[in-house]
Write a protein that binds this ligand. Structure first.
Ligand code: ADP
Ligand code: MG
Length: 741
């Protein structure tokens, strides 16, 4: 409504874009959801002008269906309505000009590069149009004497002249008036022209726009001032050139918000239903039996738990006591002390007669957990076992059997646990350390290991732990239907890692520092990013690099190398040698194992730090500062001294706390990048952005809760359609069961 009024006020003498108030502009789709879906899933060669070859090419770029095309939104607009006089051109400004091409010539500049220069002249003057390495189709299309409409950014040219490098242009028919227009600009999937994309989008909208599933409850649409999807897409793909720029922009914002709201509404609904599903699933209740294991363990601890740890543990115990399965995510910065919480949770399960499992992403990490916890287990009389891929086949078989007949209370394991489908008859609690290193299906398989409870349809408690510090609001969303506990303060006695950003030209000094540290009996990490597209970096290249280092700046030092392509076992072997001090400098082309403690390592150097995310760098530097000595992290920056990348890195010089870093990272980059593709895999959003559209997300959350409270089993006619769309979008990935009885 707000929007409707603003529009008509600002539209002035012009026809307003929507004569009706916006409250009336949500037209519920007439077709049934299943039919809508079928229409929108049609392949793109359904459209005129797209043949099978083109369709296949587009599909290869993620545009396979009519729906894909409609949701391929323009990322900006060009307003070509104001044709500027050539004499008014100002360097740096993007303008549209119309004039005659009074000359066109092609020449060569240095090293054989071709350059194509045209002169555009109108009544007020002339400027140059310039193409470097001119593409054939430009020179083919242009002839002196043609009338041209051009659009582009003005730049200083030869001498006092101005030029427009690589302008967009259109050859005008003689005498034809140029149409004033606002044009959407799309990201191009391959060598497709903007004109084609615009044409196809318009065609798709005309033929299939009415199939877009606008099924939200009318009262929600009204309260939220939403446009239906068809209308919103129209505003976005076919801006009305008759409108004021300001009005257009406002309409666009409202349209985008409508699309995002639609996505978030179904997402939040799926989350709510899943949460309900869990609350309706039977689980175990593990009440406090403090005089058994947990209480005795506290007495054995060499330190007191921090207040944060106590709070988190209370939250976990509450979940464990409830008769429904726990699904809790524990987020805590590196070194915040999550392991002891995992252990005290495991003991709560064990003292209630159940088995607890701790899953770690690498052999080395599993071993480290086991080594740390086994002595406690022994003193408490808890039967503990390690099950990892590095055990001999015979030992593995023996351990598996002992777990299977209930002879083990606490198991630390790796993927081997899941792969072998180890039977855990009394399984009560599963803990996943560094949970982001596991895929969803692995976590699900872990929660569903064969057990007596599983046979009876009872689900075990699950505690996921992660060191990716992300802001709470985002954690809530990304963790799906899980509860979130945050461990915000570090345990006492840790000296923060001192971080400095240095320019690339001072690398030599940095390497001298590495040598000095080693001479002092310390160890260092040297981290390199993988260059883009070299995901397949051959082993040889990484090894060559390590060899070169050992011949030049790192001469005489004992170097080790770990990289992404290395088999896990080999990587573990190198890490182990580093931990034992045999290797002095560890060169890593991959993110170093999370959670590994090497107290002797006090220096970390990160090359091309600008290529990493802040959160990632923060995790990396958590590898040092594990011992008593002060540790340093040196971020080497390639780029100019005052660029954005450097400013971003400097956040790390000031912020020691992971959450602070995460907030900053969020501001600089999107959520997807922070979490990596694996975590950001919320394929359901094409428009909505978890961070930027946070307000929309909250609004959608309120509306879904409200809707569910009024129609909990989604029985009404409106709900039935919503349910059908929900199933399409989220049914599978969220494992939604039936919600009606
Ligand atoms: P992370 O959360 O990264 O897994 P860890 O559990 O490995 O961190 O803990 C890091 C270090 O802090 C360990 O050496 C652990 O013994 C120690 N620690 C944990 N809790 C406390 C505490 N309350 N007081 C002092 N030291 C603690
Ligand atoms: Mg840990």
């Amino acid at each position: 409504m707000r929007f409707g009024r603003a529009l008509s006020e600002r539209a002035g003498v012009r026809e307003p874009v929507f004569e009706q108030p916006v409250t009336h502009s949500y037209h519920v789709t007439a077709a049934e959801p299943a039919d809508c879906r079928e229409a929108l899933q049609l392949p793109l060669d359904t459209l005129k002008g797209i043949g099978p070859v083109r369709a296949a090419q587009l599909a290869g770029r993620g545009l396979a269906t009519v729906e894909d095309l409609l949701y391929h939104l323009p990322f900006r607009y060009e307003d070509r309505r104001d044709v500027a006089a050539v004499s008014s051109a100002v360097p740096g400004e993007s303008r549209a000009f119309v004039g005659r091409l009074t000359s066109i010539r092609s020449g060569r500049v240095r090293r054989g590069h071709r350059i194509l220069t045209g002169t555009l002249t109108d009544d007020t003057g002339s400027l140059d149009l310039v193409w470097f390495n001119a593409v054939r189709h430009v020179s083919d299309a242009l002839r002196a004497g043609q009338r041209l409409a051009v659009y582009g950014r003005v730049a200083p040219g030869r001498g006092a002249r101005l030029s427009v490098p690589h302008p967009e242009f259109e050859v005008l028919d003689e005498g034809a008036e140029r149409q004033p227009e606002v044009r959407p600009v799309y990201e191009k999937p391959g060598d497709v022209s903007q004109a084609n994309l615009r044409g196809w989008a318009a065609q798709a909208l005309e033929r299939f726009g009415g199939c877009l599933p606008s099924f939200l409850p009318p009262e929600v649409a009204e309260r939220q001032g939403l446009m239906d999807l068809n209308r919103a897409m129209g505003v976005i793909h076919r801006p009305d050139s008759a409108l004021d720029p300001g009005v257009l922009e406002e309409a666009r914002v409202a349209a985008r918000r409508s699309l995002a709201f639609d996505e978030f509404f179904y997402f939040q609904l799926a989350l709510a239903l899943r949460q309900r599903q869990r609350l309706e699933t039977p689980g175990f209740s593990s009440p406090a039996r403090a005089r058994l294991l947990t209480g005795r363990m506290r007495e054995l601890l060499p330190y007191r738990l921090t207040r944060g740890q106590e709070r988190v543990l209370r939250e976990i115990y509450q979940d464990m006591e409830s008769p429904h399965p726990m699904r809790r995510l524990l987020q805590g910065d590196v070194g915040s002390g999550k392991t002891v919480i995992a252990w005290l949770s495991a003991l709560r399960a064990v003292e209630n007669g159940r088995q607890a499992l701790l899953l770690a992403p690498t052999e080395l990490l599993a071993e480290q957990h086991y080594e740390r916890l086994q002595p406690y287990a022994e003193r408490l009389g808890v039967r503990a076992a390690l099950l990892s891929g590095s055990l001999s086949a015979a030992a593995r078989k023996e351990t598996t059997e002992r777990i299977g007949n209930g002879g083990v209370d606490f198991v630390v394991g790796t993927h081997a646990l899941i792969q072998e489908g180890v039977s855990v008859p009394r399984m009560g609690l599963g803990i996943v350390d560094e949970q982001h290193r596991f895929g969803v299906s692995q976590r699900t398989a872990f929660a569903r290991l064969p057990s007596r409870a599983a046979e009876a349809g009872v689900e075990p408690d699950l505690l996921l732990m992660s060191a990716t510090p992300i802001p709470r609001s985002l954690a809530m969303v990304l963790s799906g239907d899980m509860e979130v506990s945050l461990l915000e303060e570090a345990p006492p006695g840790r000296t923060p890692v001192r971080t400095v950003v240095v320019q690339e030209d001072r690398r030599r000094r940095v390497y001298e520092r590495v040598r000095a540290a080693v001479a002092d009996g310390r160890q260092a990490y040297l981290v390199y990013p993988l260059v883009e597209d070299s995901g397949k970096l051959p082993l040889a290249a990484a090894e060559t690099m390590a060899r070169e280092l050992s011949r030049s700046v790192m001469k005489g030092l004992r170097l080790g190398l770990v990289h992404g392509q290395m088999p896990a076992a080999e990587r573990d072997r190198v890490m182990r040698r580093f931990r034992q001090g045999e290797i002095q400098v560890l060169v890593a082309t991959t993110v170093i194992e999370v959670g590994i403690d090497v107290p002797g390592a006090t220096l970390m150097v990160v090359e091309h730090a600008e290529r990493f995310g802040l959160a990632q760098l923060h995790q990396l530097r958590g590898r040092v500062g594990r011992g008593r000595d002060e540790s340093h992290c040196v971020l080497i920056h390639y780029g100019s001294r005052d660029d954005d990348a450097r400013r971003r890195l400097e956040v790390l010089e000031r912020a020691a706390d992971g959450f602070e870093v995460a907030e900053a990272d969020l501001r600089f980059r999107g959520a997807g990048e922070i979490l990596g593709t694996r975590q950001a895999g919320y394929q359901g959003f094409r428009v909505a952005h978890l961070v930027r559209d946070h307000e929309v997300l909250q609004a959608a959350r309120r509306e879904t809760r409200d809707w569910l409270s009024r129609d909990p089993r989604l029985r009404s006619d409106v709900s039935r359609r919503i349910g059908a769309v929900l199933r399409h979008r989220w049914g599978e990935s969220m494992q939604l069961a039936a919600w009606a009885d």
